[in-house]
Ligand binder design. Structure first.
Ligand code: MG
Length: 421
């Protein structure tokens, strides 16, 4: 199964879903997905000559060659790793199709075929879309002009201080309404953002939470808990915004609501800051979506004391993801993978989750993207039903193909779309 070509396409959704397509000399095609990064498809193009003509079944070796080639650009993470993760998944998809087996068979088989999914509910609002550098935008297919509308958040901050939305108080009843709606879709676990602009912020940069902000966040969590009852799990995401002391004070305030986890309380580059939080937090702490290798996760677990790890397999790749999960299992640490992907990355992640004994729950970040389900073909009915993805032995590879016609309708216009001109 020799690699004949590597092509890319980018779908402009709530994120840039970057799809890698591997073509082989046996006419088997594999799809994979990368976590968004600036310059990603160009990076994949630079790596491509290393792969052409190689036996696409030697996946671990090929990924090592790619990482070594990119070692000066990204020795421990970043765009190079995102690019390799998408290529790797496409190779696993092609190889398991070549063997005629579902992908989970290649990683040790299934501990379960019903994969539990949690819904990311943002800050209670509907669809919001972010560019490759995490600035808000309106996708071209939603904008009045038919062109992507970009907001220069940095410019706004420099010239206007806090944005208009920061002057409004986040509304617990909006969080509660959203929680009820998503629970009714069948999900048994929900996640909300709580690092939200609000009028009580005294300083945008010092990471310190005012007591009124802590009370406000606690009121949002209380509203969600009251809306969904005891039988639904709730997680909250802080996006690395807070200092250790503020994170501990926040955790103490929300402890009565029995959260599944509090995610990314402190900046990702300080294991010591994480350790301060995990030492004193009465709420389980999850982190890991900005880490790439088993060495990083060893530090997070052994030195950072993290309670739940949340690797993103579109960053780590699937094989390193499995190694991270195995490492976590030796410490009885559960794995709750981060995931903001289209159906391609989500299905690949679901297959890996089937093989991880210490799997907890997998993220779905696309509940507001109207065409998320339509992007897949070869699947009967909805991919996510009642908060689960059900895998079977009937479908080889990741179990779906990309619907390229739908993907083309929502493509990023300034990016290549596979081999179409
Ligand atoms: Mg997160």
């Amino acid at each position: 199964m020799k690699i004949r070509d590597i092509q890319t396409a980018v779908i402009e959704a709530n994120y840039d879903w970057t799809i890698v397509k591997v073509l082989t000399d046996e006419d088997i095609v594999g799809y994979g997905e990368c976590f968004v990064a600036p310059g990603l498809t160009r990076t994949i193009g630079e790596l491509k000559p290393i792969l052409i003509g190689q036996d696409g079944r030697n996946i671990d070796k090929l990924c090592r060659l790619l990482r070594e080639a990119g070692i000066t650009a990204g020795p421990v993470g970043g765009t190079i790793f995102h690019a390799i993760a998408g290529i790797e998944t496409a190779l696993w998809d092609a190889y398991s199709k070549w063997l005629g087996v579902p992908l989970f068979r290649l990683f040790g088989g299934a501990f379960r075929t019903q994969i539990r999914i949690y819904a990311d509910c943002h800050a209670g609002e509907g669809l919001s879309s972010l560019s490759a550098i995490c600035t808000p935008r309106i996708p071209w297919w939603m904008s009045e002009t038919g062109e992507t509308v970009r907001f220069d958040e940095i410019h706004m901050r420099a010239h206007g201080g806090l944005s208009e939305e920061a002057k409004e108080l986040p509304n617990p009843s909006a969080y509660a309404k959203r929680a009820k709606q998503v629970k009714e879709m069948g999900y048994t676990a929900l996640k909300f953002d709580v690092d939200i602009p609000n009028p009580y912020m005294r300083d945008e940069f010092n990471r310190c939470l005012d007591n009124r902000e802590i009370d406000l966040i606690a009121s949002l969590v209380e509203a969600v808990r009251n809306a969904v009852g005891k039988d639904t799990d709730i997680a909250i995401d802080c996006h690395w915004r807070f200092s250790s002391e503020s994170a501990i004070r926040l955790a103490e305030a929300i402890a009565p609501y029995r959260l599944l986890w509090l995610e990314d309380p402190v900046p990702p580059d300080s294991v010591e800051a994480l350790e301060r939080v995990t030492d004193y937090s009465p709420v389980p702490i999850a982190t890991g979506e900005n880490h790439y290798t088993r060495q990083h996760f060893h530090d997070l677990i052994v030195h950072g004391g993290v309670h739940i790890v949340s690797p993103d397999f579109q960053k780590t790749g699937l094989l390193e993801g499995k190694r991270i999960a195995d490492l976590a299992e030796t410490f009885t640490v559960p794995v709750a993978p981060h995931n903001i992907s289209s159906p391609i990355g989500t299905m690949a992640s679901a297959h890996l989750c089937a093989t991880i004994p210490n799997f907890l729950v997998l993220e779905h970040h696309g509940i507001d993207v109207p065409f998320w389900e339509e992007l897949a073909i070869g699947w009967d009915g909805q991919i996510i039903r009642n908060g689960y993805i059900e895998l079977s032995d009937e479908k080889p590879g990741i179990g779906i193909e990309l619907n390229e016609e739908i993907a083309y309708q929502y493509r990023r216009k300034d990016e290549p779309f596979f081999d179409r001109v």
